[in-house]
Design a protein around this ligand. Sequence first.
Ligand code: SF4
Length: 366
Amino acid sequence: MEKFFSFKDPVLGRKLLQKLEQDLEAPLRFMEVCGTHTVALFQSGLRSLLPEGLEHLSGPGCPVCVTSSGEMALCLELAQKDDVIVATFGDMLRVPGPDGLNLKEAKALGARVEVCYAPFDALAVARRHPEARVVFLGVGFETTAPAVAATIQQAEALQLYNFSVLSFHKLVPPALRHLLSTGKTAVDGFLLPGHVSTVIGVRPYAFLADEFQLPAVISGFDPLDMLMGLAMMVRQRREHRAAVENQYARAVKKQGNRKALNVMEEVFTVQDAEWRGLGRIPQSGFGLSDRYAVFDALNIFGLQARHMPEPKGCACGQVLQGLIRPDACPLFQKQCTPAHPVGPCMVSTEGSCAAYFQYQLCPGQS
Ligand code: SF4
């Protein structure tokens, strides 16, 4: 029972694991799409409990990690303008741009960069600095996009026209379709992100089962949730079924969150987006709709998204596609560590390289 010490209900944990082991008839390689799942898998010790034959891959679900080099270049370009204050989540500060400079270093060199804990904080920055143009870096998935959309609406209500958003939001289902369509990523099932699914619901993932015949389970983040999600996935496989099942029904409704979907539909427009490592994926991102163009930093500053190379030697692109594990990157633990990250997957707390570094090296966690 000692291995289940971090579980709220160790008895249930042991039962679920036994069930999973009984049902696992053939090797199964699953992808956990969400960075929070990646960290929870390690942090809870669940990874060390998984039976032989159940292999996990981390997917493109860390918001900072999938922000492309070209997008980072635009963030840094804006930060270097005298009249601009860049407002951002703290995770973005240490993501290296194409030439190695990051926002934290740019700040040390005189750029005006403010860390926000929520998008609404950026409005307070705009009110405090009427002399400046405040640009919020809108990164993340369907989880953060509704709050950013609501912030833009609030900026309009307050007539805060010195506020704008550089929208690099990404959408999860098109990225999964892209991964499977390339034929490079070999997975037998998906553990789908609970947070994103609270917003978009269950239906947007239907193609995983209908077109690719893959089992997929929306899961919460408690280790028992994840264990249950995996047991459901393994059972589908044993029964030769492919369906999108919802383990996290206490939070995820079939239709998603209508209010959040409405605000996103009002403020954003779906467009092509550049993903780190995955390239340009059609209809996989959010830009601002014409109605809110006055808050669109791309529009205001005449910027154009562009493709830029990855940091030299960094294999984040392959890691994010599930083609290699982080510890297969030649720079892992050598030139690239959380203290001196080469790529974003080592920067973010949700990055799989950072998770492997932090937890795989601890006894009993590998
Ligand atoms: S270990 Fe560092 S260099 Fe290698 S893929 Fe991860 S972030 Fe990139």
